[in-house]
Design a protein around this ligand. Structure first.
Ligand code: PXP
Length: 246
């Protein structure tokens, strides 16, 4: 029996639409409440340096709106560390961040940034915040996460999603194997593996079937589908596909 797979819903792009008009609608808080009402396991939000979607004031509002755990995605900066320590989310996922990118395009270089990450990981952990590192499914990065003492890693599934979208069966299988192998290795070493990025109804099931993976974080596709079917239906459908794959 594998453990139950949690679904964290990334609500950033509700805020992206809100910010397109600069007002208050649609409110990511309402999205968080809907996710809670349909059995989502957590809310994920990325406070970017440029505040392009989630804004500072959203963090406390999201936390107050539901009992779901908040997974705050953050760059490894002093500014974000101070915000995380102030709001004390359930979890903090450290992601690489480049201003010019459209989304988080690759994993964190946990190996190369070891010395920079040590105090940030330690201070989050000391505050009782569950630290996760968003890394490529790569042994060197996993080893670095282990040395940093991160209790969780989230494997970036972007390469897998790209290969799947391109219809490249060999590359899809190769990427999936990398994720599965690294999830098994993480678990063996006492790190809880999560996964996310670019997951859709079409590509989620093989990842959801990896028994060690404890949580998927899914955003863009769910918010896109919500435009057509509503967020409740989109979250329920993703949940059903994940459960069926398990
Ligand atoms: N997990 C992390 C760490 C991310 O940075 C993102 C994208 O913001 C996601 C999951 C969700 O990716 P997507 O929006 O492509 O589903």
């Amino acid at each position: 029996m594998s453990l139950r797979l949690r679904l964290g819903v990334n609500i950033d792009h509700v805020a992206t639409i809100r910010n397109a008009r600069g007002g208050d609608h649609p409110d990511p808080v309402r999205a968080a409440q809907i996710v809670a009402s349909v059995g989502g396991d957590g809310i994920t939000a990325h406070l970017r340096e440029d505040r392009r979607h989630i804004r500072d004031e959203d963090i406390a509002r999201i936390q107050a709106a539901t009992d779901l755990p908040l997974n705050l995605e953050m760059a490894a900066t002093e500014e974000m560390l101070a915000i995380a320590l102030r709001h004390h989310p359930h979890a903090a996922c450290i992601v690489p961040e480049k201003r010019e990118e459209r989304t988080t395009e690759g994993g964190l270089d946990a190996a190369g940034l070891h010395n920079h990450l040590v105090p940030i990981v330690d201070r989050l952990k000391d505050a009782g915040i569950r630290v996760s590192l968003f890394i490529a499914p790569d042994e060197r990065q996993l080893d670095a996460a282990l040395r940093l003492g991160a209790p969780v890693v989230e494997f970036h599934t972007g390469e897998y999603a790209h290969a799947h979208l391109a219809g490249d069966g060999d590359a899809t299988a190769r990427e999936l194997k990398r994720i599965a192998d690294m999830a098994a290795l993480a678990s063996k070493n006492g790190i809880e593996p999560h996964a996310g990025h670019g997951l859709t109804y079409e590509n989620v099931q093989p990842v959801a079937a990896i028994p060690q993976i404890a949580e998927l974080n899914i955003g863009h596709y769910l918010i896109g589908e919500a435009v057509f079917t509503g967020l409740e239906t989109a979250v329920r459908r993703m949940r059903d596909l994940m459960d069926a794959a398990r």
